[in-house]
Design a protein around this ligand. Structure first.
Ligand SMILES: *Cc1c(COP(=O)(O)O)cnc(C)c1O
Length: 363
């Protein structure tokens, strides 16, 4: 077992094998009567694809995703979005009611939600707001992990909502420092928009790094619910034992494989380029509007924007039918909204809607 999994896996789960489904036994035959499935297809299931349970970790899908992310299939766990990956990490590595995680708010809410549901403690090391934007202090996060005996430390890169991409040398230094004591989770939900290398390139040398990837954002498959954990094979095995027997429905497997065919993938890449172009244009357009206090640099497909009066901006957008994410309840973001990069026409509508209160204020 890897040093990290050995040291950090919940003591009460060490001899836990998880659910042994009919599908997980390596048997061969031509008449399958071991899973209590129906012998007949559902009349509504035209090609009979749904009669049998799917593979627990669908082989073709895992192979395709492993190639996409540049890892070996043994380093990959596929599940229902990266949200499931977060939940599995917390359940496997935090003892209920005792374990702790470290996060850097304001940040994606699911880390804290999963910890809370599991009774794990949440140690917060706030992002620092400076000239370069909202930045995570990796050294302070490492200190907090060690002082509190946290087993998981969540980095979001690019950060939601900070937009910050974390250079790999900093992540590597942190992982080396926490080796055997804490797992550094790097959530790369928006990496496709960053034009930057993935922390998966650190996996070979660091058994305490886990990378989260998702098809929900750049790949436009949010409703399919497909995400991956990429980590050392021993860590993947430990998570798999905590996962539901058949996490990925067959229609989702089929749709995802279709979405990753070469032609579809190159169309997706072209869309990403278009989104990046509009990220710049929207940022430029917003910067010059009166009432806009600050547009943060972003490595994701969204902009975090501070307003003189976020209430007025939010209402102006709503009256124009444009719904953005209100960040005002988040720490440090009492005057901020997060705006996803939409299609060109949608971006134009954002700018037009925000120009109205600006004009009214000038009048
Ligand atoms: C959207 C988002 C996710 C959720 O991804 P799913 O794969 O849809 O569960 C994970 N992390 C961050 C930072 C996100 O913004």
């Amino acid at each position: 077992m890897s040093a990290t999994v050995n040291a950090l896996l919940r003591a009460d789960l060490r001899d836990f094998g998880g659910y042994k489904s009919a599908r997980s036994e390596a048997l061969t035959g031509s008449v399958w009567l071991n899973a209590n499935e129906s012998a007949w297809a559902n009349p509504g299931d035209a090609d009979g694809r749904l009669r049998r349970y799917p593979q627990p970790q669908p082989e073709a899908l895992c192979a395709r995703l492993a190639a996409l992310y540049g890892v070996a299939p043994a380093q990959l766990l596929v599940g229902r979005g990266s949200d499931e990956g977060i939940d599995l990490l917390v359940r496997a590595f935090c003892a209920p009611g005792q374990g702790r995680i470290v996060i850097a708010p304001p940040v994606f809410g699911m880390y804290a939600v999963c910890a809370r549901l599991h009774g794990a403690g949440i140690v917060e090391v706030p992002l620092c707001d400076g000239d370069a934007g909202l930045r995570a202090d990796l050294h302070a996060m490492g200190d907090a992990a060690l002082e509190n005996g946290a087993s998981l430390l969540f980095l979001c890169s690019p950060g939601n909502p900070s937009g910050e991409w974390l250079p790999l040398p900093g992540i590597e230094t942190l992982a080396r420092r926490l080796r055997g004591r804490c797992i550094v989770v790097v959530d790369e939900a928006y990496l496709e928009y960053a034009d930057a290398p993935s922390a998966t390139t650190l996996l070979a040398d660091h058994d305490n790094i886990a990378v989260l990837r998702t098809l929900s954002k750049a790949h436009a498959l949010a409703a399919a619910r497909v995400g991956c954990v990429l980590a050392a094979p021993e860590l993947i095995v430990a998570l798999r034992r905590c996962q539901a027997p058949y996490p990925v429905p067959q229609p989702v497997v089929d749709a995802t494989l279709a979405a990753l065919e070469p032609q579809a993938l190159s169309a997706t890449l072209a869309r990403i380029v278009q989104a990046l172009e509009w990220r710049d244009r929207l940022a430029e357009g917003l910067c010059v509007l009166p009432g806009v206090r600050r547009v943060y640099p972003s490595a994701g497909n969204f902009l975090l924007v501070r307003f003189d009066d976020a209430d007025v901006a939010f209402s102006a957008l709503l009256s124009a039918g444009v719904v953005v994410r209100d960040m005002r309840a988040m720490p440090q973001l009492g005057d901020a909204l997060r705006i996803s990069i939409g299609a060109p026409e949608e971006c134009r509508r954002v700018l037009a809607a925000l120009a109205v209160p600006a004009m009214e204020a000038a009048a």
